[in-house]
Design a protein around this ligand. Structure first.
Ligand code: ATP
Length: 236
């Protein structure tokens, strides 16, 4: 059984149907990427999985549980963490406060400091800047903080919405290396990316989303060789 199973997911915004009934699955321990052009529905897919938008129809199952039956806040307790596009960090709180806020509601307090050490190990720059207001961080550092904050929830599945957006190439490289390390430590990743090249290098499997429909699904190496995918998403 897959950790995450999405079946027939449909989402409408008023008169516009953004997702026309998509199917996808993510196995425990996998990195799966969802690639597609602007407006294809990638963000909507993640938002529907984490119940930030209500699907018209379809099913989302996580570890066998039907998520439609649960309130959104229960998802974090189940182990789903969402790193949204635009990062959503609290600009007027310090780096440390942003990280600790994510542990609110956790009952395993002694493990919190252990997790903090892990995040600072993965992102030494956050350690150096832990007393700094998050709003004064660079774009790359804010992205690290958003990922670090998700890690503090000890999720089993991390949903990442364009973690490379707006970053200089060297930082993109760094973020992708860190995601690989997070996955090696046991976290399953569903990664939405416009940077198809990097995403397909990192992922085990991928889906291509075009205007609300899954157009292709295969292991990442196969997608990266596919002539259509190369033409549309990898610059030929
Ligand atoms: P991007 O990379 O630009 O974020 P995306 O693949 O993530 O694109 P979505 O943001 O999921 O795509 O958008 C899918 C479609 O739904 C688009 O046509 C978009 O205009 C529309 N849409 C998204 N959010 C809303 C909203 N809140 N209200 C109305 N339409 C929306």
């Amino acid at each position: 059984m897959s950790l995450l199973e999405v079946r027939g997911l449909r989402v409408r915004y008023g008169a516009i149907e953004a997702l026309h009934g998509i199917d996808l699955s993510v196995g425990e321990g996998e990195i799966v990427t969802l690639i597609g052009a602007n407006g294809a529905g990638k963000t909507t897919t993640l938002r529907a999985i984490s119940r930030l938008v209500a699907p018209r129809s379809g099913e989302v199952r996580f570890a066998g549980a039907d998520l439609a039956r649960l309130p959104a806040h229960r998802l974090v307790q189940l182990g789903i963490c969402h790193v949204p596009e635009g990062r959503g960090i609290f600009a007027n709180l310090t780096v440390l406060e942003n990280l600790l806020l994510a542990t609110y509601g956790r009952r395993d307090r002694p493990k919190v400091s252990q997790d903090l050490e892990r995040v600072f190990g993965l992102f030494p720059r956050l350690d150096e800047r832990k007393a700094q207001l998050a709003g004064t961080l660079s774009g790359g550092e804010q992205q690290m903080l958003a990922v670090g904050r998700a890690l503090m929830t000890r999720g089993r599945l991390m949903l990442l919405d364009e973690p490379s957006m707006g970053l200089a190439p060297v930082l993109v490289e760094e973020i992708f290396e860190t995601l690989a390390a997070i996955n090696r430590d046991g976290t399953t990743l569903l990664l939405v990316e416009q940077n198809a090249h990097q995403a397909l290098r990192l992922a085990h499997r991928g889906y291509v989303l075009e205007t609300g429909t899954i157009q292709a699904a295969a292991d990442a190496a196969t997608l990266a060789r596919d002539p259509e995918v190369r033409r549309a998403y990898l610059g030929g």
